[in-house]
Design a protein around this ligand. Structure first.
Ligand code: LHQ
Length: 258
């Protein structure tokens, strides 16, 4: 259900069930989880996630939702508890930067998994759909938390309650994603960005991610304290020393990620 490779410090995870628009079944969840285990290797300094075919992901595979043995409704809460929530928590706490290249339609949990990544690029033909409301469901995988923060109350409500397609350009204009890229350059551009990030001060980027994540909950006072602590740690890193030395010597720094 997925392809996974590591090259030049970049781990690339490609969702690969194009005939089902890369919707998530149990096997795909398990393969993604195993792939994320492989990021622990030191050489990985950036993760790039994308999808094969004309879709990024249509969210949960709806053909998999079978009733229980006595005909009772499947427990969707359990599906979130076991698969989606751990995946979202894991994605959000990865120390390496995570780029998502949204190659086509991103619907339901597929849209929200993308929005949990650090930098979201989207093909001009891609779109985002909070499809949940059309099934009587609630935006999950962090959707109800993310949407108001990304686009504000009014737009979050419009997206979640109407479930309309939001095209990539509008998503960029609203600040839902980082950038739209012409379809034919999407992977190229995403890979160039990933390779760039993989040469940067990886530990420093991890501290930045940690600070921004904490800022979603902290008040200014707590955040100032956290910045002090992280800056103290960052100031002891090899890459900080290298960055300053390279600046003084007017040369390009070589960061090791430490
Ligand atoms: C699919 C799917 C799909 C299976 C397209 N499943 N086959 C979490 C926890 C537990 C349970 C519930 O949910 C969740 C979170 C969620 O993600 S809920 C939201 C689930 N996703 C959706 O509601 C989106 C359903 N899909 C669609 O509305 C459309 O397919 C979109 C708008 C994404 C694309 O439309 P089209 O471009 O017209 O493509 P299509 O509908 O023809 O789809 C192509 C094929 O992919 C088709 O198969 P077929 O064999 O007929 O060619 C679809 O059945 C299949 N497919 N989404 N989620």
């Amino acid at each position: 259900c997925i392809e996974f490779s590591i090259d030049c410090g970049v781990a690339t995870l490609t969702l690969n069930r194009p005939e089902k628009l890369n919707s998530f079944n149990v096997m795909m969840h398990e393969e993604v989880w195993e792939a994320l285990d492989r990021l622990k290797m030191d050489e990985v300094r950036c993760l790039l996630i994308t999808g094969r075919g004309r879709g990024f992901s249509a969210g949960q595979d709806l053909s998999e939702r079978k009733p229980g043995p006595n005909g009772e409704a499947p427990d969707l809460g359990q599906s979130l508890e076991v698969y989606y929530n751990p995946l979202v928590r894991r994605l959000r706490t990865l120390t390496v930067p995570v780029i998502c290249a949204v190659n086509g339609i991103a619907a339901g949990a597929g849209a929200n998994l993308a929005l949990n990544c650090d930098i979201v690029l989207a093909a001009r033909s891609a779109c985002f759909v909070q499809a949940f409301c059309k099934l009587g469901l609630v935006p999950d995988s962090g959707g109800t938390w993310l949407l108001p923060r990304l686009v504000g109350r009014a737009r979050a409500r419009g997206l979640a309650l109407l479930g309309d397609r939001l095209d990539a350009e509008q998503a960029e204009a609203w600040g839902l994603i980082w950038k739209v890229v012409d379809d034919e350059y999407l992977i190229q551009e995403a890979m160039a960005l990933a390779r760039h990030l993989a040469t940067q001060p990886t530990q420093g980027l991890a501290y930045i991610k940690q600070a921004l994540e904490a800022a979603e909950r902290n008040d200014m006072d707590a955040q100032l304290d956290l910045e002090r602590d992280l800056q103290r740690a960052a100031g002891r890193s090899t890459d900080y020393r290298e960055g300053v030395a390279a600046f003084k010597e007017k040369r390009t720094p070589t960061f090791t990620g430490k």
